[in-house]
Design a protein. Sequence first.
Length: 86
Amino acid sequence: MMQTRTRETYDTPDVTFFETGTPGAGQYHCPSCGYGITIHAPLPICPMCAGTVWEQVSWTPFARALEELQTERLRSIRSPERTSQA
C-alpha cells in the first residue's frame, strides 16, 4: 500500500508547499516522487504517486541552459576523455 503524504509531512519554514486543488501557475514538483508539471490550473493529484502536495519550482529564462551546462560539466568530470594517444 502506497503512503500518501500530506502538507503536514513536509512542514518546513524554508519551503512553501501547495495542496491539490490550489490554483497554480508555473512549474511544480511532487516532493514525494519528484514528478514535475507545468500548469496554469488547479494543482492535480500527482499521477505517479497520488501525492497531494506540490513544491513550486523557481524559474528563470536561463534555468534550462544552466542545468545543461552543469550536466555537461558533471559528465566531463566523471568520465574525462583520454587525450593521450598510443
